[in-house]
Write a protein that binds this ligand. Structure first.
Ligand code: GDP
Ligand code: IMO
Ligand code: MG
Length: 428
């Protein structure tokens, strides 16, 4: 029975939250396996709009067991603020469980994220400033604080001392900031311990048991393929494994439990923060996509960079993740354009590249080779079958499908929960 992974294909904000929500009624478990509150998922249910950062979107579906997996970095203040905001709106979150092995984002991670970005100057990554990179750096450096550590004050104190030792030298001597005391961190983390205790579990065991019992488990990826620390446009990436492999390591199930890999891809491209983006638009077409698509960050409110659809990126994501199904979102945003350009390959110093070049310096100055597809004028937001779409929209979708190396199973035609066309069932 299905373990279904949801991953972003491009640079994030493809509409992963909506895709998880779409599966909601047929999902028993949803697990966030990477990232932290750098993510921003907007889900529209009826007249209600929910913006979630740390919690998986699946928590909005009644009766679904939500898991924060070991691969996540957890800011406890944000965790409880989000839970309280959902309680206030009547959402039941009692099914949430948090991995004992997930790492904690502390105040020093948030501070370091901001000061290192400032020091990078022109070379800055444009992080969300949430402490994500420094928290993962500590994890890999083996000086991180895990969720389970806050239940033993002695251990916690020792670990915080170890972590702050070098950091205070850095903060004071290099970054000209005040030193952070062990006491203030320990006190802050301990203040969450009793509220957190009932949520903490061996989440890998829970998930394996659920899969053994035939439950449907959705692994909800944050960020996206091109932001993945291994497979993205390094160093302009996030610090976690946002691709399908991360679903296994970040949740404690074997890769053979992942039956379907669903890639979420927008009908055009967006990116927040710095880094290469071959199809980026700086003209009125860019303004059109940004305002029509409401492309402003859910987490930071920054205007998103926008560009045309990039077919080699989808092909790359299909390979890297083993995508079995694509969900093409925001097709409705393209309505009204006379023609729709699609990047089919790149021109790099006069040479044609059909795939993303191996050398990233080449990618930085790749020019898109565009193919033009006829646009459509009719409103498509009420289309519910593929045949309801105008001919030009169908041809656009079929062309993207042919270039992607996998099938387009679902098409998004509006922000609301039901504004989708399902061509192939994602759970079978
Ligand atoms: P995520 O980070 O991948 O979950 O995506 P975000 O929530 O940051 O951004 C996607 C935005 O697009 C959200 O505001 C969604 O409500 C919206 N959205 C998702 N699918 C569609 C669609 O098919 N059409 C339109 N118009 N909006 C959509
Ligand atoms: P969702 O899940 C878009 C980007 C940041 C920055 C880089 C590193 O909503 O798709 P970080 O704070 O993670 O160290 O920042 O990654 N970034 C995102 N961009 N959507 C996201 O999440 C993102 N999470 C991180 O803008 O360029
Ligand atoms: Mg987002």
């Amino acid at each position: 029975m299905p373990g279904i992974v949801i991953v972003g294909v491009q640079w994030g904000d493809e509409g992963k939250g909506k895709a998880t929500d779409l599966l909601g009624e047929r999902t028993d478990w949803v697990v966030k396996f990477n990232g932290g509150n750098n993510a921003g998922h907007t889900v529209v249910i009826g007249d209600e709009k929910y913006a979630l950062h740390l919690l998986p979107s699946g928590i909005l579906s009644p009766g679904v067991n939500a898991i924060i997996g070991n691969g996540v970095v957890v800011d406890l203040e944000v965790l409880f603020a989000e839970l309280e905001a959902l309680h206030a709106r009547g959402v039941d979150t009692s099914h949430l469980r948090v991995s004992a092995n997930a790492h904690i984002i502390t105040q020093y991670h948030r501070t370091l994220d901001k000061v290192t970005e400032r020091f990078l100057g022109k070379r800055q990554i444009g992080t969300t400033g949430r402490g994500i990179g420094p928290a993962y750096a500590d994890k890999i450096n083996r000086v991180g604080i895990r969720v389970q550590d806050i239940f033993d004050e002695n251990i916690l104190r020792q670990k915080v001392e170890g972590a702050l030792d070098q950091k205070n030298h850095l903060l004071v001597k290099i970054f000209n900031r005040r030193a952070i005391t062990v006491d203030e961190i320990v006190e802050d983390l301990l203040s969450y311990a009793e509220r957190l205790r009932p949520m903490v579990a061996d989440t890998g065991l829970l998930l394996n048991d659920a899969l053994d019992a035939g439950d449907v488990v959705v692994f909800e990826g944050g960020q996206a393929t091109m932001l993945d620390v291994d497979h993205g446009t390094y160093p302009f990436v996030t610090s976690s494994s946002a691709t399908a492999g991360g679903a296994a390591t970040g949740s404690g199930v074997g890769p053979n439990r992942l039956d379907r890999i669903v890639g979420i891809v927008k009908a055009y491209t967006t990116r927040v923060g710095a880094g290469p983006f071959p199809t980026e638009l700086f003209d009125e077409n860019g303004d059109f996509l940004r305002s029509r698509g409401f492309e402003f960050g859910t987490t930071t409110g920054r205007p998103r960079r926008v560009g045309w659809y990039d077919a080699p990126i989808t092909r790359y994501a299909t390979r890297v993740n083993g995508i079995t199904d694509l969900v093409l979102t925001k097709l409705d945003i393209l309505t009204g354009l006379d023609q729709i350009p699609v990047c089919v390959a790149y021109d790099i110093d006069g040479e044609r590249f059909d795939e993303i070049p191996v050398n990233q310096s080449d990618f930085h100055h790749a020019k898109p080779i565009l193919e033009y597809f006829p646009g459509w004028k009719d409103d498509i937001s009420r289309a519910r079958t593929f045949e309801d779409l105008p001919l030009e929209a169908r041809e656009y979708v079929l062309a993207l499908e042919a270039m992607s190396g996998t099938r387009i199973s679902v098409i998004g035609v509006g922000a609301s929960r039901d504004a989708v066309i399902v061509r192939h069932d994602l759970v079978d």
